[in-house]
Design a protein around this ligand. Structure first.
Ligand code: AHG
Ligand code: MN
Ligand code: MN
Ligand code: MN
Length: 336
């Protein structure tokens, strides 16, 4: 009978966040309202992604973004959806999106205390072939509510209050941390609700998978090249690691979080700061990894200690199982 009962005690993300909020008596519910609007955006993009092929939503939008990338129709659509959802929540004052060159300052009548940095559609190169893609977001509190400025955005990752991603794959999964622990929610399309399916996710201390674009190998620096070599030809008689690389950060990080291992987007001779953007890719994933017992390193420092100078700054990133990242840190330390 107990099994039957558990089916009716559905822990939705909304209930989960309200439970979290009840632990902070001073909270006025603003955070829960903000999250509910992010969840709405994710549901909308999930439905758009699932019918993209049918609704002629694949292919190029005919524009290029600040990153110099050709924007896909879904890049533009998801960006518009999240900007509208976040501004209409009345809880945000500054938005930073991968797809917008400048930060968006919300009009005073709709201004709230939160800043959201987000990648509305991550893994765009995988849209047209139906491979998993996602949305990544991070949340800061504004320092000066009266006059929010870019200084409120260019904060170190240590000031991030919450972070998460939604992966649009075989199922739609939202992984979130509001500061203590990491939890995974799976969208039940028949209910239109995200249900808690992975509670208190902890990443294995060491993994058997490494995840990097081997196509950049000829540009790597010494420590990265040595580390990847070690994954393939271990000297201590251990088994070599498997390579898994989807090319969507959300998919590669989600697999790393659940199975363990390491994800690398190193800097190289072509792009010394690598490709991934600090505010809305590196910080949120580093935040989640640390809350799940893993770690995130830039090649020089702990990723969350970075302070971005510009909103689209990039950084090399090595993240995942604690012990695996320790090995990368030792190789970079030996270089110094
Ligand atoms: P986006 O589609 O948001 O621009 O991000 C793409 C990123 C990230 O998802 C992925 O890890 C990386 O690009 C893959 O880059 P390479 O194709 O150079 O490996
Ligand atoms: Mn892009
Ligand atoms: Mn991205
Ligand atoms: Mn993107």
């Amino acid at each position: 009978h107990a099994a039957q009962a558990s089916q009716t005690d559905l822990m939705t993300i909304t209930r989960f966040v309200l439970n979290e909020q009840s632990k902070h008596p001073e909270a006025r519910g603003d955070f829960s309202i903000l999250l509910s609007h992010i969840v709405l955006g994710c549901k909308f993009v999930c439905s758009a992604v699932n019918k993209a092929g049918l609704a002629k939503l694949i292919g190029l939008a005919g524009e290029t973004n600040i990153q110099g990338e050709e924007q896909k129709k879904l890049d533009v659509l998801s960006n518009d959806v999240f900007i509208k959802a976040l501004t209409s929540s009345g809880r945000t004052c500054i938005l930073v999106s991968e797809e917008d060159e400048e930060a968006i300052f919300v009009e005073p009548s709709l201004q709230g205390r939160y800043i959201v940095v987000f990648d509305p559609l991550d893994g765009s190169s995988n849209i047209d072939c139906g491979v998993s893609i996602g949305t990544i977001f991070g949340i800061y509190m504004v320092k000066d509510k009266v006059k929010p400025t870019l200084d409120d955005v260019l904060q170190s990752g240590n000031a991030m209050l919450a972070a998460g991603y939604c992966m649009y794959g075989s199922s739609c999964m939202l992984v979130l941390s509001t500061g203590s622990g990491v939890n995974g929610f799976t969208l039940d399309p028949s209910l239109g609700e995200f249900i808690l399916t992975h509670s208190d996710i902890k990443i294995p201390k060491k993994g058997k998978i490494y995840s990097v674009n081997e196509g950049n190998a000829k540009y790597w620096d010494g420590p990265t090249a040595k580390y990847v070599e070690k994954c393939k030809f271990p000297k201590d008689g251990s088994l070599s690691k498997s390579l898994r690389y989807v090319g969507s950060m959300v998919a590669d990080v989600h697999r790393t979080l659940l199975y363990g291992g390491i994800f690398l987007y190193p800097g190289d001779k072509k792009s010394p700061n690598g490709k991934l953007r600090v505010l809305y890719e590196v910080f949120p994933m580093a935040f989640l990894m640390e809350k799940a017992g893993g770690q995130a390193f830039t090649g020089k420092q702990r990723a969350l200690d970075l302070v971005p100078k510009k909103i689209h700054d990039r950084s090399p990133i090595f993240l995942g199982s604690y012990d695996d990242v320790e090995e990368v840190k030792a190789l970079y330390a030996a270089e110094e």
